[in-house]
Design a protein around this ligand. Structure first.
Ligand code: ADP
Length: 170
């Protein structure tokens, strides 16, 4: 059985991520999305929230599951008996870092390979951080996310706004 892990922050999952997930699910028997629990990145959403969002958008893909992990991606791959790590490549700016990461991982774990899927052109500009920036400034994000994920993000910023207003009022 071919098993792949697709690691990332998914803070939040975008249509660009989903495109990679859907295409990987057609190639591999089993796809395990690994949500990185990395507080150093100061994620907007908790791991639980990110998993919940991923579960909702992948509900119709029977060979896709979600787990969280911390530590090395290779260890996560090994634990799940995955021979493949999937990464998405958007532009040359991704390339250098991804190449370095893949080559380092292959030295540490020669039995695991990294598979790159090039992004669909219509999502090549898309990142979670740009979506968060637009949403934080009150912009429209429905072209970039599944509708209920967009709602989730807008709700989060509304909560943050309320909290900072309450702090100001104190
Ligand atoms: P990370 O913190 O590991 O970069 P991300 O959630 O930003 O986590 O991305 C996870 C993976 O998804 C990475 O391989 C990234 O290149 C890929 N990715 C992110 N956005 C897109 C997109 N719009 N199209 C294709 N791949 C993407």
């Amino acid at each position: 059985m071919s098993v792949a892990v697709y690691p990332g922050s998914f803070d939040p999952v975008t249509l660009g991520h989903y495109d990679i997930i859907e295409r990987t699910a057609q190639i591999m028997d089993r796809v395990i999305i690994g949500v990185l629990n990395n507080q150093a990145k100061h994620p907007l959403f908790s791991v639980e929230e990110r998993i919940e969002m991923l579960e909702s958008v992948t509900a119709a893909l029977p060979n896709v599951e979600i787990q969280y992990f911390d530590g090395l991606t290779i260890d996560f791959a090994r634990k799940n008996h995955a021979k493949v790590i999937v990464r998405g490549l958007r532009a040359v700016t991704d390339f250098e870092y991804e190449l370095q990461l893949a080559q380092t991982n292959r030295v540490i774990a020669p039995e695991v390979d990294t598979m790159f899927l090039t992004t669909s052109l219509r999502y090549s500009y898309l990142s979670s951080s740009i979506v968060k920036e637009i949403a934080s400034l009150g912009g429209e994000i429905s072209d970039f996310l599944h509708p209920h994920i967009a709602e989730y993000v807008m709700k989060k910023y509304a909560e943050i706004k309320m909290e900072s207003k309450e702090d100001d009022d104190e």
